[in-house]
Design a protein around this ligand. Structure first.
Ligand code: SAM
Length: 270
């Protein structure tokens, strides 16, 4: 009897979940790894689908830094994927969030080739937010340098992306490249938060740890990286604070029209 009750309850919960997604007219994006999405997916301010990487705990870890801003602020979200962090920050803080995503459909067979298409779909499902934008661009050292010459952000998030940015076509990573990217992030943001991982190229974490010591950054701690994964894998968070000036502004906006075009801005359509 109780088994039947459990099954019925499970079916009811599943049907309710599917109905909620269908109500939002949202076809949940899939990722090639793990079947479901990587991040939790936010639609209309609500959780529409749970991803396989815990997101809410990571958000809670960085919130005390976001709380330091007295007014609205600007965010650059590098390698935004399904946009979880930008959508939450845009909703909760009224901050203007610029998402850059480099995973494009012309990178056939590559891990994140679905990412730009998914993110664009997710942006379109969040029309209530007029404080987000998406640049469909794969950042390189020269292009990020150019962006840093043109734009400045209050907060830069680079979560689990530095090892990918610094990889060459064969997957080799040089310490110089990691350092170059981190230096550019530091030049373009006031509060720069970098997440590394204990299972993807641990030496990238070692380099970021060293930079953290050199630049008086703060280690925020580590969190589980993947739900129900066979190996213990953690994300480590480093915070580089450039100044205590966190007035922000009530008139926040995205990148300039020129930067938007130059970096292939695709949302909102202009
Ligand atoms: C491991 S996922 C991390 C996603 C997200 N930042 C998080 O931590 O939840 C890395 C993301 O960065 C993107 N990416 C990798 N290299 C990039 C680059 N050079 N420029 C922009 N995005 C990049 C990938 O397409 C992918 O969406």
């Amino acid at each position: 009897m109780s088994a039947i009750f459990k099954q019925t309850r499970f079916a009811a919960v599943a049907i309710l979940g599917l109905t909620l997604l269908a109500d939002k007219g949202f076809a949940a994006p899939k990722s090639p790894i793990g079947g479901g999405s990587y991040q939790d997916i936010i639609v209309g301010g609500d959780l529409a689908q749970k991803g396989y990487v815990p997101c809410a705990v990571r958000y809670e870890l960085i919130r005390p830094i976001l709380d330091l801003y007295e007014n609205k602020f600007t965010v650059l979200d590098v390698g935004a994927l399904e946009g979880y962090f930008s959508l939450k920050i845009a909703q909760d803080y009224g901050a203007f969030c610029t998402m850059v995503e480099g995973g494009s459909s012309d990178q056939k067979g590559k891990l994140y080739s679905y990412a730009q298409d998914n993110l664009l779909t997710i942006c379109k499902h969040n029309p209530q937010l007029n404080n987000i934008e998406m640049l469909a661009h794969r950042l390189t050292v020269p292009s990020l340098t150019k962006m840093a010459e043109q734009e400045h952000f209050d907060v830069v998030l680079a979560f689990l992306v530095v090892h990918l940015m610094a990889s060459d076509d064969k997957g080799h990573i040089s310490e110089d490249k990691v350092r170059e990217f981190v230096d550019i992030f530091l030049s373009m943001g006031n509060d720069v938060i970098i997440e590394t991982s204990t299972d993807c190229y641990l030496f990238v974490d070692t380099i970021v740890q060293e930079i953290c010591k050199e630049k008086n950054g703060r280690y925020l701690g580590e969190l589980p990286r993947v739900r129900n994964y066979k190996r213990p894998t953690r994300g480590r968070f480093y915070w580089f604070s450039q100044s205590d000036d966190r007035n922000g502004s009530n008139d926040v906006h995205g990148v300039s029209a020129e930067t938007f075009v130059e970096f292939n801005g695709i949302y909102p359509q202009k």
